[in-house]
Design a protein around this ligand. Structure first.
Ligand SMILES: *[C@@H]1O[C@H](CO)[C@@H](O)[C@H](O)[C@H]1NC(C)=O
Length: 148
């Protein structure tokens, strides 16, 4: 293999790897467009903190839980309750395929997250948000982000 071919192959892999990440301010813009600012009393900073502590800003993140269920996407939405991944029993409350929650447009996962945050407990339904974001000053998450 020529080194030039190797280099283009490697940069291709790097690009594909990074494509799963959304920048903090780009995410803030999408969340703002989808009317999440103040939705059920949560600020954009709450949503950004949630996306960081649960999803590492990784749109395609999938994580297996010890109970055999999977968490999907930037908000790590669980397959036992919210979406269907055809791997185990699900309530499928969001009426969506889990794979759709990984879509780069983020629209499916935002719709499902709206449903989750609307039930009793709100954002506390996400354990990591409760542990790492709740009750803390969070406005710095929006630092440097222009929504307009
Ligand atoms: C995003 O998550 C996917 C699936 O969990 C993983 O394969 C990929 O490496 C992650 N991307 C980054 C940049 O961490």
């Amino acid at each position: 293999m020529t080194s030039r071919l190797l280099i283009s192959l490697v940069s291709c892999l790097v690009a594909a790897h990074q494509a799963s990440l959304v920048s903090r301010c780009d995410l803030a813009k999408v969340l703002h467009q989808e009317d999440l600012d103040g939705f059920e009393g949560y600020s954009l900073s709450d949503w950004l903190c949630l996306a960081f502590v649960e999803g590492d800003f990784n749109i395609t993140k999938v994580n297996e839980n010890t109970d055999g269920s999977f968490d999907y996407g930037i908000f790590q939405i669980n397959s036992h309750y919210w979406c269907n991944d055809y791997r185990s029993h699900t309530e499928n409350i969001c009426q969506v395929e889990c794979q759709e929650l990984l879509s780069p447009s983020l629209l499916s996962i935002i719709n499902c997250a709206k449903k989750i945050v609307s039930i009793a407990g709100g954002m506390k339904n996400w354990v990591r948000w409760r542990l790492h974001c709740a009750g803390r000053p969070l406005s710095y998450w929006m630092t440097g982000c222009h929504l307009g």
